[in-house]
Design a protein around this ligand. Structure first.
Ligand code: 3HC
Ligand code: NAI
Length: 698
């Protein structure tokens, strides 16, 4: 073998000759996004390798944690620096020497599109590939919609592209996307060996664009696209990217390759200019920004969490503990009575069994996970836990009592957390002799599934405790958002504002279906009252003190607790389908009469403005009160915890799109008609006077 020689050397792209193979290595941390420097470097390296008679084939490989993670998202909307990604890909595809993409980590978006113009693809077994542009409100715009269907088939490609899901190396090999898998950790060597084999065997320059077999299969099923649209109608509702992806793939079947590429480009540009993509790109960065806490530095110490305790095995406690079992962390769960403990353990086991039955978890993991859990009736069993999370009844006295006891039991340095929904974490902390160790960890139901974790810091919480909580959120796969201590924190405070407005609208004459339709059409998975019925109207309702003082109390007193009891704001059939309820309508009308509220026709526009603007105004007040440090954190809370449609970017981003001057003017009208609930927050007044929006404010 000839000695390795250096062809191009640059910090970003370097090229070395290994025998007759030019190994082009990209090193552009953190994720090798295909920014201008990468495109220029790769393009130059390919040109040089083409010109160099000593080079027989080219291996394209990346340093660091991953193969190209896609186009550089920060470049979208800016002036393009040559060569474009498409030009770089055309150069690779048209190279006269075989190009082999060598893949590790995740080849995503433009990264996979790069691999798809290579003549061959090899990868390590842990590699994964995908076209997740849909998560940015886009479509794969560098040939992905034209090439992926040609390799793995139209239906599979549609599934991957519209869901953004990743494909593991194993299935990718079976589907022919990879030509060979090489030993883990030996990618470079494996790819060079493969390249030599290609040369020895005089294998051709295979171009995906010339494959048509899979497209012919799809042409044989004319209903394919209609069926796909129909099957996913609910999921794609209101969201433009999936429809453009489908249309682009239709183009692959109907048009020549070049025409298909042109169609793809048009459909991509259309999405890129749309506010949905702007919203989703905002969410992408906002989610990562949320993980950054102003005063937490890389060297802020964090505490090891080797054992976790959870108090209360009800709805929340049983879900919360599963997060730790799933992460392999031994945990203790404490209840007051054996019966409640058994019920909680039963819930956890059943949950795992269901997951295994759906094929989402191997059956042997049920016992492995349950084996990490110690059930107990004694708080003393939490003595050696590093983190203890309380999830008992939402009652300040009960919580104070639990924390006072815990203070005597928990080891020094242990983190004491509460999962309270609304209560004052500082008051709870004051029940202990160590308020610096107390923090709120607010999970969302179902706690083993929902991605959001509000991390509530008080004026006393020590920095390492906050840093540990943020790190822990990542460990258990949550999106942690650090918030301040105040009624309902961020999420529930805005929910309470929405609830207040919905209740007023009900009394004024808007029906549950009318209110919910506005929210559903906006893109929420369900309306406010449907959600209330689903959660249960009796959650947080105290039978003892109930005094028929709200519609909800009256419905509860009548035994109408929501879906589970067959009725709440709606009536439900056996399949739990909602229908408008004459009984609830009468309760509402009678209550309104009692309160002296005249019922009238309320327009959809009024519902929309009052409900959504009330939320935005509350978000602004949250910023005024410094309960959230960034507007984008509020967006992340509502997207990950409450079903705000991602393609609308969260309430604060949406408010900017709507226009703050417009919102301010409408809030003033609503204030005149309905009083102080609509008094514009000082922040909105200030931003409008400065001609700014919430999100630019960062
Ligand atoms: N462009 C620019 N920056 C990117 C990026 C991209 N494509 N992908 C990630 N980054 C940045 C992140 O913003 C983050 O920056 P920060 O450290 O300043 O916050 C940093 O890289 C690390 O990212 P993560 O924290 O997400 O790292 P992980 O290791 O958790 O995840 C990943 C890595 C799976 C690659 C994940 O970052 C990811 O999913 N990236 C986006 C992939 C994607 O959507 N690709 C398609 C892009 S669009 C496209 O290719 C269009 C084409 O079809 C024309
Ligand atoms: P739950 O009523 O289902 O469970 C509470 C459990 O705590 C019961 O099993 C009870 O026996 C147990 N318990 C009470 N006192 C105890 C003690 N001293 N020691 C040990 N166990 C004790 O209530 P849920 O819904 O799980 O709520 C728990 C907490 O989580 C509340 O603070 C609630 O506000 C909060 N929360 C609830 C959410 C929900 O959607 N249900 C969402 C987020 C937070």
């Amino acid at each position: 073998m000839a000695a390795a020689g250096s062809l191009v050397t640059d910090a970003v792209v370097s090229s070395a000759l290994e025998g007759r193979i030019a190994v082009v290595t990209v090193n552009y941390p953190p994720v090798n996004a295909l920014g201008a420097a990468v495109r220029q470097g790769v393009s130059l390296a390919i040109t040089q390798a083409e010109q160099d008679a000593a080079v027989g084939a080219i291996v394209l490989v990346c340093e660091g944690r991953t193969f190209f993670a896609g186009a550089d998202i920060t470049e979208f909307g800016k002036r393009m620096i040559e060569p474009s990604l498409r030009a770089m890909l055309a150069q690779i595809e048209n190279a006269t020497k075989p190009v082999i993409a060598a893949i590790h980590g995740t080849a995503l978006g433009g990264g996979l599109e790069t691999a798809l113009v290579a003549h061959y693809r090899v990868g390590v077994p842990s590699a994964r590939v995908g076209l997740p542009e849909v998560n940015l409100g886009l479509l794969p715009g560098a040939g992905g919609t034209q090439r992926l269907p040609r390799v793995i088939g139209v239906e599979k490609a549609l599934d991957l592209m519209t869901s953004g899901a990743l494909l593991a190396a194993g299935p990718a090999l079976t589907m022919g996307l990879f030509d060979e898998l090489v030993e883990e950790g030996e990618l470079r060597k494996g790819a060079i060996n493969f390249a030599n084999k290609v040369l020895d065997e005089r294998r051709p320059l295979v171009k995906v664009r010339h494959r048509s077999g899979k497209l012919d299969e799809a042409r044989a099923n004319p209903k394919l696209f209609t069926d796909f649209r129909k099957a996913n109608a609910k999921r794609f509702r209101g969201f433009k990217a999936p429809e453009n992806i489908i249309r682009s793939v239709e183009g692959a079947l109907q048009l020549s390759f070049d025409e298909g590429m042109a169609r793809e480009r048009e459909l991509f540009d259309e999405l890129l200019q749309d506010s949905q993509s702007a919203a989703m790109r905002h969410v992408f960065f906002a989610e990562r920004q949320a993980a950054k806490i102003d005063d937490v530095e890389p060297d802020t110490p964090t505490l090891p969490i080797a054992k976790v305790g959870v108090i209360g095995a009800g709805t929340m406690g049983s879900g919360i503990v599963m997060n730790f079992l799933n992460a392999g962390i031994p945990s203790v769960i404490v209840e007051t009575k054996q019966e409640a403990l058994d019920r909680g353990l039963g819930l956890i086991r059943k949950n795992y069994e269901n997951t295994a039955a759906k094929g989402k978890m191997k059956a042997e993991y049920i016992e492995i996970r349950m084996g990490l859990l110690t059930p107990s009736l004694a708080l003393e069993d939490l003595a050696d836990c590093d983190l203890i999370i309380e999830a008992v009844f939402e009652n300040i006295n009960v919580k104070k009592e639990v924390f006072a006891k815990l203070d005597k039991i928990a080891k020094p340095g242990a983190i004491l957390a509460t999962n309270t929904s609304y209560l004052d974490v500082e008051v709870i902390a004051a029940a202990t002799s160590r308020p610096a160790s107390v923090i709120g960890l607010h999970f969302f139901s179902p706690a083993n599934i929902m991605k959001l974790l509000e991390i509530v810091r008080t004026n006393y919480t020590a920095l390492p405790i906050v840093a540990t909580a943020a790190k822990l959120a990542k460990t258990i796969g949550k999106v942690g958002v650090t918030v301040g201590n105040g009624f309902g924190f961020v999420g529930n405070r805005i929910l309470a504002a929405r609830d207040r407005e919905v209740n007023k609208l009900l009394l004024e004459g808007a029906t549950p279906s009318e209110i919910d339709r506005v929210l559903y059409e906006f893109g929420f998975p369900m309306g406010h009252l449907q959600m209330r019925d689903l959660v249960g109207l009796d959650v947080g309702w105290d039978r003892e003190t109930s005094a028929s003082s709200t519609v909800r109390e009256i419905l509860n007193e009548m035994g109408r607790h929501g879906q589970k009891s067959g009725g709440g704001y709606y009536d439900y059939d056996e399949q739990r389908n909602p229908t408008p309820s004459p009984i609830a309508a009468k309760v509402i009308a009678d209550f309104a009469a009692n309160q002296g509220v005249a019922q009238r026709n309320v327009s959809e526009d009024e519902v929309r403005d009052r409900v959504l603007y009330a939320m935005v105004n509350e978000g602004a007040r949250i910023l005024d009160d410094k309960i959230a440090v960034r507007a984008s954190d509020i967006d992340i809370v509502w997207i990950t915890g409450y079903g705000w449609p991602r393609y609308r970017g969260g309430p604060m981003f949406w408010a900017d799109l709507e226009g703050l001057p417009k919102i301010l003017a409408r809030l003033k009208e609503l204030e005149a008609a309905h009083g102080a609930d609509f008094t514009p927050s000082p922040l909105i007044e200030r931003l409008v006077s400065e001609g700014r929006g919430f999100v630019e404010r960062q």
